[in-house]
Design a protein around this ligand. Structure first.
Ligand SMILES: Nc1ncnc2c1ncn2[C@@H]1O[C@H](COP(=O)(O)OP(=O)(O)O)[C@@H](O)[C@H]1O
Ligand SMILES: [Mg+2]
Length: 300
């Protein structure tokens, strides 16, 4: 059984494993080739795991399995094994995974119900189904809308929201459910810089409050500083896995697989020109500046 098992993660600390994939593969019923194949991975509680890789590498498929949607709701042929919270994903009882793992889809329009008339109602929808006390519902809904910057739009019709606002509403719906594990599939793909900053700050806060987060992002720029671990997928399997600072410092490894943030690219370029900047990639512009200042000091 995977849940409760303990093992070292990439940062060396020991935390509970909540999901394990062994030589795992998925071929969607509508596809002729596998979307994941020979994938082996363990995911740890109380961590922020960042998953990246090129378009079509299987990121969304992996997190749909993790959140209990494949193969129960989205059908496909499974190979190998995947266990989430102690359940084999193929035989897991209904809700055994979804009760504990909240998921934000890459496309908010796949997620929003189209059955509600306000952003408030949309966010309250799942909570009402759970039969929570009205005061608790109002607290959770307003807290969630606030943390994604939508509190002012609580009374707006979901259909009148922009793409970015819809994405933030989908995140608020998941947040309001307060599940211990949150899976976010490219949550800022439709957001402008202000919306992105709000979502990054919200995820950072969840992380500090010990929510387990699995986050898919093609653009790593804003996430490296708060990620505990970086997993790279290519061709439906894991091709690299480790701490962001050490993984991004490996020359050549990533060129075709990852959109490298500018501050990492500048660091790598300066290093290749012989400037001593250490062997850990910066995780933000501020860290790049700090290592440049340190190297300036060291050079006298
Ligand atoms: N619902 C689906 N039905 C059939 N094929 C799919 C479906 N979703 C994704 N795929 C295919 O699976 C492969 C991996 O896709 P996906 O998991 O969406 O990758 P990523 O999120 O990294 O872009 C791609 O070839 C894609 O076309
Ligand atoms: Mg995707």
């Amino acid at each position: 059984m995977v849940s409760g098992a303990r093992g070292p993660d990439s940062t060396g600390s020991r935390t509970a494993v909540f999901a394990g994939f062994q030589e795992f593969g998925v071929t969607y019923d509508t596809a002729s080739t596998p979307s994941l194949t020979g994938l082996t991975l363990e995911l740890h509680s109380d961590k922020l795991t960042l998953i990246t890789g090129p378009s079509g590498s299987g990121k969304s498929t992996l997190v749909r399995v993790l959140a209990g949607f494949i193969p129960r709701l989205l059908h496909g042929k499974i190979e190998g094994s995947a266990e989430v919270l102690g359940n084999d994903v193929e035989s897991a009882p209904p809700n055994s995974i979804t009760d504990s793992i909240g998921m934000v889809f890459d496309n908010p329009f796949d997620q929003l119900t189209a059955a509600t008339k306000t952003a408030f109602d949309e966010t309250a929808y799942a909570l009402e189904n759970e039969g929570l006390h009205p005061a608790e519902i109002v607290d959770r809904v307003m807290g969630a809308l606030e943390s994604v910057g939508l509190a002012d739009l609580a009374g707006h019709h979901p259909r009148r929201l922009s793409g970015g606002q819809s994405q933030r509403l989908a995140i608020a719906c998941a947040l309001a459910q307060q599940k211990p594990i949150l899976v976010l599939d490219d949550p800022t793909s439709q957001l402008d810089p202000t919306g992105t900053a709000e979502v990054v700050s919200m995820v950072g806060k969840l992380r500090r409050e010990h929510t387990t987060v699995v986050l898919v992002a093609q653009d790593l720029t804003h996430w490296l500083a708060i990620a505990d671990r970086l997993v790279i997928l290519d061709g439906g399997r894991v091709t690299a896995d480790g701490s962001p600072a050490s993984l991004l410092a490996e020359p050549g490894l990533l060129a075709d697989q990852v959109m490298i943030p500018r501050y990492v690219a500048i660091w790598a370029e300066l290093r290749s020109r012989g400037i001593e900047l250490g062997d850990r990639a910066p995780l933000g512009t501020d860290q790049l500046l700090a290592s440049l200042q340190a190297s300036d000091g060291a050079g006298g």
